[in-house]
Design a protein. Sequence first.
Length: 455
Amino acid sequence: MTVTAPPRRLLLPVVLSATFVQLLSVTVAQVATPAIRADLAAGAGAGHLVLAGYTLAYACVLITAARLGDRWGYRRLFVIGTAGFALAATACAFAPTIEVLIAARLAQGVAAGLVAPQVFSLIQTALPAARRPRALGLLGATMAVASLTGPLLGGLLIGADLFGLGWRPVFLLPVPVALAALLGAVALPPGGAAGWPRVDWLGAALVTVGLGLLVLPLTVGPGSGWPPWTLGCLFGAGPVLVGCAWAQRRGPEPLIHPEVLRDRGARAGVGLVLVFNAGVPSFTYLLFLHVQSVSGYSATEAAVLSLPFAGAAIVGSASAVRLTPVLGRRLLTLGALLLAATMATLALTVGARPEPWTAVPALAVGGAAFGAFTASVFALVLARAAPETVGSVSGVLPTAQQLGGTLGIALATLAYAAPAATPAAAWRHAMLYETVVFLLAAALSLRLTRRPRPG
Protein backbone atom coordinates (compact mmCIF):
# COMPACT_ATOMS: atom_id res chain seq x y z
CA MET A 1 0.00 0.00 0.00
CA THR A 2 1.33 3.46 -0.87
CA VAL A 3 2.17 5.57 2.16
CA THR A 4 0.62 9.02 2.07
CA ALA A 5 2.56 12.21 2.67
CA PRO A 6 1.28 13.08 6.17
CA PRO A 7 2.53 9.84 7.79
CA ARG A 8 5.91 10.30 6.14
CA ARG A 9 6.19 13.82 7.55
CA LEU A 10 5.11 12.81 11.03
CA LEU A 11 6.87 9.45 11.20
CA LEU A 12 10.30 10.67 12.27
CA PRO A 13 9.17 13.09 15.02
CA VAL A 14 6.93 10.39 16.49
CA VAL A 15 9.37 7.49 16.46
CA LEU A 16 12.41 9.57 17.44
CA SER A 17 10.64 11.04 20.45
CA ALA A 18 9.66 7.53 21.59
CA THR A 19 13.23 6.33 21.09
CA PHE A 20 14.61 9.27 23.06
CA VAL A 21 12.61 8.57 26.21
CA GLN A 22 13.29 4.82 26.07
CA LEU A 23 17.07 5.29 25.97
CA LEU A 24 16.86 8.17 28.44
CA SER A 25 15.18 5.81 30.90
CA VAL A 26 18.14 3.44 30.77
CA THR A 27 20.51 6.00 32.30
CA VAL A 28 18.41 8.71 33.92
CA ALA A 29 17.93 6.65 37.08
CA GLN A 30 21.64 6.01 37.61
CA VAL A 31 22.26 9.09 39.71
CA ALA A 32 18.96 8.65 41.59
CA THR A 33 19.83 5.25 43.07
CA PRO A 34 21.36 6.57 46.35
CA ALA A 35 18.30 8.76 46.98
CA ILE A 36 15.94 5.86 46.16
CA ARG A 37 17.73 3.53 48.57
CA ALA A 38 17.61 6.10 51.36
CA ASP A 39 13.94 6.98 50.83
CA LEU A 40 12.63 3.43 50.44
CA ALA A 41 15.04 1.78 52.91
CA ALA A 42 16.41 -0.50 50.21
CA GLY A 43 19.62 -2.49 50.21
CA ALA A 44 22.33 -2.28 47.57
CA GLY A 45 20.99 -5.31 45.68
CA ALA A 46 17.47 -3.91 45.46
CA GLY A 47 18.80 -0.53 44.37
CA HIS A 48 20.78 -2.20 41.63
CA LEU A 49 17.67 -4.05 40.44
CA VAL A 50 15.96 -0.71 39.86
CA LEU A 51 18.57 -0.09 37.17
CA ALA A 52 19.04 -3.66 36.00
CA GLY A 53 15.35 -4.56 35.85
CA TYR A 54 14.71 -2.12 33.03
CA THR A 55 17.59 -3.23 30.82
CA LEU A 56 16.95 -6.90 31.61
CA ALA A 57 13.35 -6.80 30.46
CA TYR A 58 14.17 -4.52 27.54
CA ALA A 59 16.88 -6.79 26.13
CA CYS A 60 14.92 -10.01 26.56
CA VAL A 61 11.85 -9.04 24.51
CA LEU A 62 13.41 -7.22 21.53
CA ILE A 63 13.74 -10.17 19.14
CA THR A 64 10.25 -11.47 19.92
CA ALA A 65 8.82 -7.95 19.65
CA ALA A 66 10.29 -7.58 16.16
CA ARG A 67 8.54 -10.77 15.08
CA LEU A 68 5.26 -9.66 16.66
CA GLY A 69 5.49 -6.43 14.68
CA ASP A 70 5.86 -8.44 11.48
CA ARG A 71 2.81 -10.45 12.44
CA TRP A 72 0.42 -7.86 13.87
CA GLY A 73 1.68 -4.59 12.47
CA TYR A 74 4.39 -2.15 13.52
CA ARG A 75 1.98 0.63 14.46
CA ARG A 76 -0.08 -1.62 16.74
CA LEU A 77 2.98 -2.79 18.67
CA PHE A 78 4.28 0.79 18.82
CA VAL A 79 1.01 2.01 20.38
CA ILE A 80 0.78 -0.86 22.87
CA GLY A 81 4.39 -0.44 23.94
CA THR A 82 4.31 3.36 24.21
CA ALA A 83 1.10 3.33 26.27
CA GLY A 84 2.52 0.67 28.56
CA PHE A 85 5.76 2.63 28.89
CA ALA A 86 3.94 5.79 30.02
CA LEU A 87 1.84 3.87 32.54
CA ALA A 88 4.83 2.00 33.95
CA ALA A 89 6.91 5.20 34.22
CA THR A 90 4.08 6.82 36.19
CA ALA A 91 3.92 3.77 38.46
CA CYS A 92 7.68 4.09 39.05
CA ALA A 93 7.29 7.73 40.11
CA PHE A 94 4.61 6.92 42.68
CA ALA A 95 5.93 3.55 43.89
CA PRO A 96 5.41 3.28 47.67
CA THR A 97 7.94 0.48 48.19
CA ILE A 98 11.12 -0.75 46.54
CA GLU A 99 9.34 -3.95 45.47
CA VAL A 100 6.69 -1.98 43.58
CA LEU A 101 9.37 0.18 41.99
CA ILE A 102 11.32 -2.86 40.74
CA ALA A 103 8.14 -4.44 39.32
CA ALA A 104 7.24 -1.18 37.57
CA ARG A 105 10.74 -0.92 36.09
CA LEU A 106 10.43 -4.45 34.72
CA ALA A 107 7.11 -3.55 33.12
CA GLN A 108 8.62 -0.34 31.73
CA GLY A 109 11.46 -2.33 30.18
CA VAL A 110 9.08 -4.80 28.54
CA ALA A 111 7.03 -1.93 27.09
CA ALA A 112 10.14 -0.18 25.74
CA GLY A 113 11.30 -3.46 24.22
CA LEU A 114 8.02 -3.75 22.33
CA VAL A 115 8.55 -0.34 20.73
CA ALA A 116 12.23 -0.33 19.75
CA PRO A 117 12.13 -2.83 16.84
CA GLN A 118 9.04 -1.18 15.39
CA VAL A 119 10.98 2.08 15.04
CA PHE A 120 13.62 0.44 12.84
CA SER A 121 10.99 -1.42 10.83
CA LEU A 122 8.83 1.66 10.25
CA ILE A 123 11.80 3.66 8.98
CA GLN A 124 12.89 0.85 6.65
CA THR A 125 9.43 0.12 5.25
CA ALA A 126 7.52 3.42 5.33
CA LEU A 127 10.12 5.88 4.06
CA PRO A 128 11.43 6.13 0.49
CA ALA A 129 14.86 4.57 0.00
CA ALA A 130 16.50 7.96 -0.56
CA ARG A 131 15.38 9.21 2.87
CA ARG A 132 16.28 6.15 4.93
CA PRO A 133 20.00 6.81 5.47
CA ARG A 134 19.33 10.28 6.89
CA ALA A 135 16.45 8.96 9.01
CA LEU A 136 18.59 6.16 10.43
CA GLY A 137 21.35 8.68 11.07
CA LEU A 138 18.93 10.81 13.06
CA LEU A 139 17.81 7.70 14.92
CA GLY A 140 21.40 6.91 15.89
CA ALA A 141 21.95 10.52 16.92
CA THR A 142 18.84 10.38 19.09
CA MET A 143 20.14 7.24 20.78
CA ALA A 144 23.50 8.85 21.44
CA VAL A 145 22.05 12.05 22.90
CA ALA A 146 19.46 10.22 25.01
CA SER A 147 21.94 7.82 26.58
CA LEU A 148 24.30 10.65 27.53
CA THR A 149 21.80 13.25 28.71
CA GLY A 150 20.09 10.79 31.07
CA PRO A 151 22.65 11.09 33.89
CA LEU A 152 22.89 14.86 33.35
CA LEU A 153 19.13 15.43 33.59
CA GLY A 154 18.84 12.98 36.46
CA GLY A 155 21.55 14.78 38.41
CA LEU A 156 19.96 18.17 37.83
CA LEU A 157 16.51 16.93 38.90
CA ILE A 158 17.86 15.31 42.05
CA GLY A 159 19.71 18.51 42.90
CA ALA A 160 16.63 20.66 42.29
CA ASP A 161 14.37 18.47 44.51
CA LEU A 162 11.24 19.72 42.74
CA PHE A 163 8.28 20.21 45.13
CA GLY A 164 10.16 18.15 47.70
CA LEU A 165 9.58 15.00 45.63
CA GLY A 166 13.25 13.98 45.65
CA TRP A 167 13.96 11.23 43.09
CA ARG A 168 10.40 10.76 41.81
CA PRO A 169 10.44 13.41 39.02
CA VAL A 170 13.27 11.42 37.41
CA PHE A 171 10.72 8.79 36.40
CA LEU A 172 8.04 11.31 35.43
CA LEU A 173 10.42 13.07 33.02
CA PRO A 174 9.72 10.76 30.03
CA VAL A 175 5.94 10.62 30.47
CA PRO A 176 4.87 13.81 28.59
CA VAL A 177 7.08 12.92 25.62
CA ALA A 178 5.74 9.36 25.56
CA LEU A 179 2.16 10.66 25.61
CA ALA A 180 2.92 13.01 22.72
CA ALA A 181 4.38 10.10 20.73
CA LEU A 182 1.28 8.06 21.52
CA LEU A 183 -0.98 10.79 20.13
CA GLY A 184 1.16 11.10 17.02
CA ALA A 185 1.09 7.35 16.41
CA VAL A 186 -2.32 7.60 14.74
CA ALA A 187 -0.52 8.96 11.66
CA LEU A 188 1.89 6.02 11.38
CA PRO A 189 1.34 3.42 8.65
CA PRO A 190 0.19 0.02 9.93
CA GLY A 191 3.24 -1.85 8.60
CA GLY A 192 3.82 -5.55 8.97
CA ALA A 193 5.43 -8.23 6.82
CA ALA A 194 3.60 -10.37 4.32
CA GLY A 195 4.16 -14.10 4.15
CA TRP A 196 5.00 -14.75 7.83
CA PRO A 197 1.57 -15.73 9.25
CA ARG A 198 2.73 -17.41 12.49
CA VAL A 199 4.87 -16.62 15.53
CA ASP A 200 7.43 -19.20 16.66
CA TRP A 201 6.37 -19.31 20.30
CA LEU A 202 8.91 -22.01 21.18
CA GLY A 203 11.68 -19.86 19.76
CA ALA A 204 10.26 -16.82 21.56
CA ALA A 205 10.27 -18.67 24.89
CA LEU A 206 13.79 -20.02 24.38
CA VAL A 207 15.31 -16.69 23.35
CA THR A 208 13.59 -14.85 26.22
CA VAL A 209 14.70 -17.37 28.84
CA GLY A 210 18.19 -17.65 27.34
CA LEU A 211 18.72 -13.90 27.24
CA GLY A 212 17.30 -13.58 30.75
CA LEU A 213 19.75 -16.17 32.08
CA LEU A 214 22.56 -14.24 30.37
CA VAL A 215 21.59 -10.65 31.12
CA LEU A 216 20.41 -11.04 34.74
CA PRO A 217 23.73 -12.25 36.20
CA LEU A 218 25.69 -9.77 34.10
CA THR A 219 23.64 -6.89 35.49
CA VAL A 220 23.41 -8.06 39.12
CA GLY A 221 26.73 -9.89 39.49
CA PRO A 222 29.18 -6.94 39.44
CA GLY A 223 27.36 -5.16 42.26
CA SER A 224 26.72 -8.23 44.42
CA GLY A 225 30.04 -10.07 44.40
CA TRP A 226 28.94 -12.73 41.89
CA PRO A 227 26.97 -15.08 44.20
CA PRO A 228 26.73 -18.74 43.07
CA TRP A 229 23.30 -18.34 41.48
CA THR A 230 24.66 -15.76 39.01
CA LEU A 231 27.31 -18.21 37.81
CA GLY A 232 24.65 -20.91 37.55
CA CYS A 233 22.56 -18.64 35.34
CA LEU A 234 25.53 -17.94 33.08
CA PHE A 235 26.25 -21.64 32.65
CA GLY A 236 22.55 -22.33 32.01
CA ALA A 237 22.25 -19.61 29.38
CA GLY A 238 24.55 -21.44 26.95
CA PRO A 239 22.45 -24.62 26.48
CA VAL A 240 19.21 -22.63 26.23
CA LEU A 241 20.59 -20.29 23.56
CA VAL A 242 22.11 -23.23 21.66
CA GLY A 243 18.70 -24.90 21.77
CA CYS A 244 17.16 -21.68 20.47
CA ALA A 245 19.62 -21.58 17.56
CA TRP A 246 18.85 -25.23 16.75
CA ALA A 247 15.11 -24.52 16.82
CA GLN A 248 15.61 -21.52 14.52
CA ARG A 249 17.37 -23.67 11.93
CA ARG A 250 14.84 -26.51 12.07
CA GLY A 251 11.54 -24.71 12.61
CA PRO A 252 9.17 -23.92 9.71
CA GLU A 253 8.51 -20.37 10.95
CA PRO A 254 11.74 -19.21 12.66
CA LEU A 255 11.71 -16.24 14.98
CA ILE A 256 14.75 -14.79 13.20
CA HIS A 257 14.71 -14.81 9.41
CA PRO A 258 17.21 -17.44 8.17
CA GLU A 259 18.83 -14.94 5.80
CA VAL A 260 20.03 -12.91 8.79
CA LEU A 261 21.99 -15.89 10.11
CA ARG A 262 23.42 -16.76 6.68
CA ASP A 263 24.48 -13.24 5.65
CA ARG A 264 28.12 -12.74 6.69
CA GLY A 265 27.77 -8.98 6.35
CA ALA A 266 24.74 -8.93 8.66
CA ARG A 267 26.59 -11.03 11.22
CA ALA A 268 29.58 -8.67 11.03
CA GLY A 269 27.30 -5.67 11.56
CA VAL A 270 25.60 -7.23 14.59
CA GLY A 271 28.99 -8.16 16.04
CA LEU A 272 30.25 -4.61 15.52
CA VAL A 273 27.24 -3.12 17.34
CA LEU A 274 27.70 -5.56 20.23
CA VAL A 275 31.44 -4.90 20.66
CA PHE A 276 31.18 -1.11 20.33
CA ASN A 277 28.44 -0.97 22.95
CA ALA A 278 30.62 -2.98 25.32
CA GLY A 279 32.56 0.29 25.54
CA VAL A 280 30.58 3.52 25.85
CA PRO A 281 27.88 2.60 28.44
CA SER A 282 30.52 1.06 30.67
CA PHE A 283 32.72 4.14 30.28
CA THR A 284 30.01 6.60 31.35
CA TYR A 285 28.99 4.27 34.19
CA LEU A 286 32.56 4.07 35.52
CA LEU A 287 33.16 7.80 35.05
CA PHE A 288 30.20 8.61 37.31
CA LEU A 289 31.17 5.87 39.76
CA HIS A 290 34.80 7.00 39.99
CA VAL A 291 34.28 10.74 40.35
CA GLN A 292 31.51 10.30 42.93
CA SER A 293 32.95 7.47 45.05
CA VAL A 294 36.66 8.38 44.80
CA SER A 295 36.82 12.05 43.90
CA GLY A 296 33.91 13.13 46.09
CA TYR A 297 31.87 14.81 43.35
CA SER A 298 28.16 15.33 43.95
CA ALA A 299 25.64 13.98 41.44
CA THR A 300 25.30 17.44 39.91
CA GLU A 301 29.07 17.96 39.70
CA ALA A 302 29.50 14.57 38.05
CA ALA A 303 26.77 15.45 35.56
CA VAL A 304 28.50 18.75 34.73
CA LEU A 305 31.83 16.94 34.25
CA SER A 306 30.16 14.76 31.59
CA LEU A 307 28.87 17.80 29.66
CA PRO A 308 31.79 17.97 27.16
CA PHE A 309 31.22 14.33 26.19
CA ALA A 310 27.45 14.77 25.82
CA GLY A 311 27.69 18.12 24.04
CA ALA A 312 30.29 16.91 21.57
CA ALA A 313 28.17 13.80 20.92
CA ILE A 314 25.40 16.07 19.66
CA VAL A 315 27.84 17.78 17.30
CA GLY A 316 29.24 14.44 16.13
CA SER A 317 25.77 13.04 15.54
CA ALA A 318 24.73 16.05 13.47
CA SER A 319 27.94 15.88 11.43
CA ALA A 320 27.49 12.16 10.75
CA VAL A 321 24.36 12.80 8.74
CA ARG A 322 26.54 14.65 6.20
CA LEU A 323 29.73 12.61 6.62
CA THR A 324 28.24 9.14 6.23
CA PRO A 325 27.48 9.47 2.48
CA VAL A 326 31.05 10.71 1.92
CA LEU A 327 33.08 8.44 4.20
CA GLY A 328 30.77 5.45 4.41
CA ARG A 329 32.03 2.69 6.68
CA ARG A 330 35.37 4.48 7.14
CA LEU A 331 33.54 6.81 9.52
CA LEU A 332 32.97 3.84 11.85
CA THR A 333 36.66 2.96 11.83
CA LEU A 334 37.70 6.55 12.50
CA GLY A 335 35.17 6.93 15.32
CA ALA A 336 36.31 3.75 17.05
CA LEU A 337 39.99 4.69 16.77
CA LEU A 338 39.35 8.16 18.19
CA LEU A 339 37.50 6.62 21.12
CA ALA A 340 40.41 4.25 21.75
CA ALA A 341 42.75 7.25 21.82
CA THR A 342 40.35 9.07 24.16
CA MET A 343 40.30 6.19 26.64
CA ALA A 344 44.10 5.96 26.61
CA THR A 345 44.34 9.70 27.28
CA LEU A 346 41.78 9.64 30.11
CA ALA A 347 43.73 6.84 31.77
CA LEU A 348 46.40 9.45 32.48
CA THR A 349 44.37 12.63 32.98
CA VAL A 350 41.72 11.36 35.40
CA GLY A 351 43.20 10.45 38.78
CA ALA A 352 42.00 10.46 42.34
CA ARG A 353 40.80 14.07 42.10
CA PRO A 354 40.69 15.08 38.43
CA GLU A 355 40.91 18.71 37.44
CA PRO A 356 37.95 19.12 35.07
CA TRP A 357 39.88 21.13 32.50
CA THR A 358 42.45 18.37 32.03
CA ALA A 359 39.74 15.95 30.92
CA VAL A 360 37.67 18.32 28.77
CA PRO A 361 39.61 17.99 25.47
CA ALA A 362 39.65 14.19 25.56
CA LEU A 363 36.00 14.02 26.60
CA ALA A 364 35.04 16.32 23.74
CA VAL A 365 36.92 14.25 21.15
CA GLY A 366 35.47 11.02 22.52
CA GLY A 367 31.95 12.42 22.59
CA ALA A 368 32.15 13.58 18.97
CA ALA A 369 33.48 10.18 17.90
CA PHE A 370 30.74 8.39 19.83
CA GLY A 371 28.03 10.56 18.30
CA ALA A 372 29.35 10.07 14.76
CA PHE A 373 29.66 6.30 15.16
CA THR A 374 26.24 5.78 16.73
CA ALA A 375 24.52 8.05 14.21
CA SER A 376 25.96 6.13 11.25
CA VAL A 377 26.27 2.48 12.28
CA PHE A 378 22.60 1.52 12.09
CA ALA A 379 22.15 3.14 8.69
CA LEU A 380 25.21 1.35 7.32
CA VAL A 381 24.22 -2.05 8.70
CA LEU A 382 20.53 -1.86 7.82
CA ALA A 383 21.37 -0.71 4.29
CA ARG A 384 22.64 -4.24 3.74
CA ALA A 385 19.45 -5.92 4.93
CA ALA A 386 17.18 -7.60 2.39
CA PRO A 387 13.56 -6.36 2.59
CA GLU A 388 12.30 -9.67 3.97
CA THR A 389 14.79 -9.54 6.87
CA VAL A 390 14.02 -6.01 8.07
CA GLY A 391 11.85 -7.15 10.98
CA SER A 392 14.41 -9.64 12.25
CA VAL A 393 17.36 -7.26 11.90
CA SER A 394 15.31 -4.60 13.68
CA GLY A 395 15.13 -6.88 16.70
CA VAL A 396 18.66 -8.29 16.55
CA LEU A 397 20.47 -4.92 16.33
CA PRO A 398 19.03 -3.32 19.50
CA THR A 399 19.42 -6.67 21.25
CA ALA A 400 23.11 -6.64 20.37
CA GLN A 401 23.27 -3.03 21.57
CA GLN A 402 21.79 -3.88 24.96
CA LEU A 403 23.76 -7.09 25.39
CA GLY A 404 26.96 -5.25 24.55
CA GLY A 405 26.22 -2.56 27.11
CA THR A 406 25.37 -5.09 29.81
CA LEU A 407 28.40 -7.27 29.10
CA GLY A 408 30.64 -4.20 28.95
CA ILE A 409 29.56 -2.90 32.35
CA ALA A 410 30.24 -6.32 33.88
CA LEU A 411 33.71 -6.61 32.31
CA ALA A 412 34.70 -2.99 32.94
CA THR A 413 33.63 -3.30 36.57
CA LEU A 414 35.80 -6.40 36.92
CA ALA A 415 38.74 -4.47 35.46
CA TYR A 416 38.09 -1.54 37.81
CA ALA A 417 37.81 -3.85 40.83
CA ALA A 418 40.99 -5.79 40.01
CA PRO A 419 43.76 -5.47 42.61
CA ALA A 420 45.36 -2.04 42.30
CA ALA A 421 47.70 0.03 44.44
CA THR A 422 45.61 3.20 44.20
CA PRO A 423 42.20 4.30 42.88
CA ALA A 424 44.02 5.98 40.00
CA ALA A 425 45.56 2.63 39.08
CA ALA A 426 42.11 1.00 39.19
CA TRP A 427 40.87 3.68 36.82
CA ARG A 428 43.76 2.97 34.44
CA HIS A 429 42.89 -0.73 34.44
CA ALA A 430 39.33 0.11 33.38
CA MET A 431 40.50 2.53 30.71
CA LEU A 432 42.83 -0.14 29.32
CA TYR A 433 39.78 -2.38 28.93
CA GLU A 434 37.94 0.43 27.14
CA THR A 435 40.88 1.05 24.81
CA VAL A 436 41.02 -2.62 23.79
CA VAL A 437 37.27 -2.71 23.16
CA PHE A 438 37.35 0.24 20.78
CA LEU A 439 40.41 -1.09 18.95
CA LEU A 440 38.50 -4.33 18.42
CA ALA A 441 35.49 -2.36 17.17
CA ALA A 442 37.74 -0.57 14.67
CA ALA A 443 39.00 -3.94 13.41
CA LEU A 444 35.44 -5.26 13.03
CA SER A 445 34.40 -2.15 11.11
CA LEU A 446 37.10 -2.96 8.54
CA ARG A 447 35.57 -6.39 8.07
CA LEU A 448 32.20 -4.76 7.47
CA THR A 449 33.80 -2.47 4.88
CA ARG A 450 35.21 -5.33 2.86
CA ARG A 451 31.86 -7.02 2.43
CA PRO A 452 29.48 -4.73 0.57
CA ARG A 453 26.00 -5.97 -0.01
CA PRO A 454 25.49 -7.09 -3.62
CA GLY A 455 23.02 -5.31 -5.79
